[in-house]
Write a protein that binds this ligand. Structure first.
Ligand code: SF4
Length: 468
């Protein structure tokens, strides 16, 4: 199946044979190196050093902030996030006081200006917070950082918990992008994953966002859930297209009950077969591109006039922990349990449990669990992986000039592997460019993996979800 997207946009070719052949386990590359390569030798002191060094020559770029709110009031069985299921709203009040401590500690270490161009509240369920708590959190952030007028301020919203007044409050507080979890509207699937959410409540939240001036609404769907089939998912797609969000993500459900406990409550016998999943994916791509959505890459679709689609056309698209973004050059400060930040050539991740997180902050120490300082080789490979995932092409000369290497000799082994993909029609190689062809675009993760030094020396890929 071939789908032509909007003018000047890359075509996407859905080739089930190729997908089956190259469908290997792999990471999603919201960072490179991936978080499982972080080490505990990178600690709170190391993060402090990098925060203090970020103003080079008196110039410091605006920040991006990520805040993790781990609480959810009910469990979705497919969940692979770091969350705490609780009905006790008192827990978030305590958590907010620790967040305030962490925000103040990091801000105090920052050298240079504290302007904010991007903020993302993720979880868990950020809208678990009461209106007062939400005001308090944004107030804390505003005490230490200055929101820039053209910034992207986004929040993940669970439509089951949110009414018009909450959406209005979020807009008043400065949020202008919203990400809405849906997964599937089929009631049978919803029962199988313990997430009952009506079309009406979803539509009401999206309408409220538009009425309150949100600039972009994105919706997450998942394929591969129990009891899903082409007919049911087609209905979900129809309903979604009618609601017409600015962006849509269609994620693959990776069933890893050994790693994620809630998934043990999913009946494996009800999961769609690999062939059925491919049919559902094929359907989703066809329906969305027919409806005018552009394939951005890695499960993401956007309307041609959405800023991500525009950024991709203009070569300004980046990829970070929030997925695709127009602001990846920023340092990312991360707050809350398990949150991952990026400062200078380093990544760091916070403790994953609230007890460890609170304990570090009680001792007056940044709650860093682990991290990594990127080597020149990491930086080189990160820029290659980023270019392939965001632009589907790589300028060999650009990489040689930026990183002072001879590409052919540095990457002789990788190029040899790429030849196999070239013969299969996934990529085109010439002396100047590596280009991901329409047949390879759905498999861009597998192509990027060839440049992952850690995977090359460690072929143990069982920890990762399937590419498709
Ligand atoms: S999927 Fe989202 S809402 Fe559901 S349990 Fe996980 S974090 Fe909470």
């Amino acid at each position: 199946m071939t789908t032509a997207t909007a003018q000047n946009q890359p075509d996407l070719v859905f080739d089930p044979q190729l997908i089956k052949r190259f469908d290997i386990n792999g990471p999603r590359y919201t960072s490179y190196p991936t978080a499982d390569r972080f080490v505990e030798a990178f600690d709170a002191n190391a993060l402090g050093v990098w925060l203090g060094k970020r103003s080079v020559g008196g110039i410091s770029r605006p920040f991006s902030l990520y805040v993790h709110i781990p609480f959810c009031s009910t469990i979705c069985y497919y969940c692979a996030c770091n969350k705490i299921i609780t009905k006790d709203h008192g827990r978030s009040a305590n958590y907010l006081s620790y967040l305030a401590k962490e925000i103040a500690m990091q801000a105090a270490l920052v050298d240079g200006s504290r302007e904010l161009i991007q903020l993302h509240l993720g979880g868990g369920t950020p809208t678990f917070l009461s209106h007062d708590e939400m005001r308090q959190l944004i107030g804390t952030i505003r005490e230490h950082f200055r929101f820039l007028p053209n910034g992207e301020y986004s929040i993940e919203v669970d439509p089951r918990k949110v009414d018009f007044a909450t959406v209005q409050l979020l807009a008043e507080l400065g949020f202008n992008r919203m990400s809405v979890g849906v997964q599937d509207f089929d009631p049978d699937v919803q029962r199988a994953v313990n997430r009952i959410q009506s079309i009406e409540e979803t539509r009401a939240v999206i309408d409220a966002a538009r009425a309150s001036g949100f600039k972009s609404v994105s919706v997450d769907l998942i394929y591969g859930l129990p009891r899903q089939n082409v007919v049911g998912f087609n209905r979900t797609l129809e309903q979604m297209i009618e609601i017409s969000p600015d962006r849509l993500s269609v994620y693959n459900y990776a069933h890893l009950p050994g790693l994620f406990k809630p998934q043990r409550r999913i009946d494996e016998a009800e999961l769609p077969s690999a062939d059925a999943k491919l049919q559902i994916l094929s359907l989703a791509i066809r329906r969305l591109t027919d409806a005018g959505y552009v394939y951005i890459g890695m499960d993401h679709f956007a309307r041609p006039d959405d800023e991500l689609a525009i950024a991709q056309r203009q070569g300004r698209l980046h990829r970070n922990f929030q997925g695709y973004s127009t602001h990846a050059d920023c340092d990312l400060l991360a707050f809350g349990v398990s949150a991952i930040g990026k400062v200078g050539p380093s990544y760091s991740q916070n403790f994953r449990t609230v007890d460890e997180y609170y304990d570090a902050l009680d001792r007056g120490v940044l709650p860093v669990l682990r991290g990594i300082e990127l080597t020149p080789d990491d930086l080189l490979r990160r820029s290659i992986i980023q270019a392939l995932m965001c632009h589907f092409e790589l300028s060999i000369e650009g990489i040689e000039v930026a990183h002072l290497i001879d590409f052919d000799s540095y990457f002789a082994a990788e190029l040899a592997d790429l030849r196999d993909m070239e013969r299969a029609g996934l990529v085109r190689l010439d002396s100047q460019w590596i280009t991901v062809l329409p047949r390879g675009r759905l498999l861009v993760r597998a192509i990027a993996m060839l440049f992952d030094r850690y995977l090359r020396s460690d072929r143990d890929r069982v920890r990762y979800s399937k590419v498709i």
